[in-house]
Design a binder for this molecule. Sequence first.
Ligand SMILES: [Mg+2]
Length: 129
Amino acid sequence: MEEYKRTVLYVEDNQLNMALMHHIFKRNLPSILLLEAETAELGLSMAREVLPDLIILDIGLPGLNGYEALEILQQDEATCHIPVLGTSAFAQLSDIEKAKNRGFAAYITKPFQVKAFTETVKRLLDSGL
Ligand SMILES: [Mg+2]
């Protein structure tokens, strides 16, 4: 069995982005276990159960959106300490400002720049990966 050092939960409704993320992790962050959730609702229950080291949260989701999910994570004592990396195709400066103000630890616009993305994940995990 493989030994994973850290766990990251990715909440994303787009299957192509999910596949890309698995690819990035396998290649650049192989010691991290990447878990996936297709909706915020599923992501929230997984976050409470698994307590991942980092959550990557898409903003545009069916049902609850990323901002609403972030608020619930922040209000829950069990999950409020987990850093949340927001991701979206919304790349306007106002979107980026909004994301930072809401309390995302970082915000990355799609399409992902793989190197910068990987570095942000490592920084947020703050470990000797
Ligand atoms: Mg989406």
